[in-house]
Design a protein around this ligand. Sequence first.
Ligand code: SAM
Length: 288
Amino acid sequence: MKETNEAQDSEMANEMIDSGRTGHEDGFDLDWQDDHVVPKFMFPDLEFFFERLSEATFDAVSPRPGERVLDVGCGRANDAMDLARRGGNCLGLEPSETMIYHAKRDIARDGTGVALLRGIGEDMPLKSHSVDKVVCKGALDHFPTPERAIMEMARVVKPGGAVIITVANLDALGFRLGRTFFVRFRKLLGREESIYEKIWQTPFDHTYRFDYKTLNRMVKQHMHVDESIGVSLFFASPWWGAMLSKLPRPVWRTILRMLDAIARHVPSLSDGVVLKCSLRSSGHTQHG
Ligand SMILES: C[S@@+](CC[C@H](N)C(=O)[O-])C[C@H]1O[C@@H](n2cnc3c(N)ncnc32)[C@H](O)[C@@H]1O
């Protein structure tokens, strides 16, 4: 991919960009689109899961005024805009032209002054140690070689800075119970495969299957994990969303908040995981 600096005329972006670095086309989805992502009907558990995933990520980033924040795989740059409103000096990195197009339009409408850069996470066109915080939410499992992207995040973050990685945990307790008991029960009754069984598998547009253990193992090759935060419990458990939707909103929100408070402390079982990482004091990865 040629480096296409779509909208990075801001001073910050210019200071960070290393024009000698370019991305690669092989195996990369350079035109991901999100038409299929937003479901037609939002059950309470899904709405809550998305909301908490963002909240927990933003809390972990907590940009100080003027801090340079890089959002890797920023999509429409909604998170980058949110972090800019919280004081961050934000740059969104994104390979998809379609997503860049939407992001540019939304940023112009919003007036938040987020800069955009077209590129891939595995070979970022950025100078080493040029960013205070790196965030990558719901995107790493779309990368063909996520470990390379993690190495890159460790390269571009400043010593003393933080890298925040958020993914869905495909080994969440709800998914595990569903795969073990629900599937057996369904087979015993001779019923057809249900929609849940599809949700519990790796989604079709993911390139990599992440769970808490796999993510930790991969990140620890390159960085120190300072904090692991779990988000939500029992998302997409059979009939759960439908049952919750029968309750008044304040009631289902209270139930889900209580479960989320438990999930926070057991990230290996929770539906989503936020890892807050930093460079090891030597600044080197285990691979050197
Ligand atoms: C599910 S979207 C998440 C977008 C955003 N982070 C959010 O939470 O709304 C995944 C994004 O990762 C991007 N992506 C896919 N492969 C990538 C890569 N190799 N490097 C950087 N971004 C990539 C896609 O184009 C897409 O915009």
